[in-house]
Design a protein around this ligand. Structure first.
Ligand SMILES: [Zn+2]
Length: 148
């Protein structure tokens, strides 16, 4: 017998344990993307008070050719035009940000490899705030250019 719901206090319900996917397909390009916290979305959408964000899960699409940025598990979508943050990964503009915590553009990161070292160090010291400042809700280091 499954121990789901068998909490002795009777407080936990199955719905809390219901598996829900960490990745889900963007309704536009059908690629799988990783989930993002509602807290993160609220930091980046324009007029957040106009949204209910009442879906169980949301995901972040970083495809430069796709207009959708956030999408819910039941199909609601938030487009680039609905954001107040420019998504660096979706823009070809070299001045778009790669690191939102420290305001580093793609061009700056490419020019000066020391910057990545700095960000790596700050990340180790937990001085970054990627989980909210980065619209993906994830660490920006993987987005840095690897070679000078
Ligand atoms: Zn998409």
């Amino acid at each position: 017998m499954s121990d789901c719901c068998s909490n002795k206090d009777g407080e936990k319900t199955c719905s809390e344990k219901k598996p829900s996917p960490r990745k889900f397909a963007c309704p536009e390009n059908m690629q799988q993307y990783i989930e993002v916290d509602k807290k993160t979305i609220l930091q980046h959408i324009k007029s957040p008070w106009q949204y209910t964000l009442d879906e169980l899960k949301y995901y972040f699409c970083d495809d430069p050719n796709c207009d959708i940025v956030y999408f819910g598990i039941k199909g609601s979508v938030i487009n680039k035009a609905q954001l107040r943050t420019v998504i660096g990964k979706k823009e070809k503009d070299e001045n778009a940000l790669v690191c939102y915590c420290f305001g580093i553009s793609k061009a700056l990161a490419a020019q000066n490899p020391e910057i990545k070292t700095y960000v790596t160090q700050q990340t180790k010291e937990k001085n970054c705030a990627c989980e909210v400042r980065n619209p993906s809700g994830r660490c920006c280091l993987k987005d840095f250019p690897n070679k000078h």
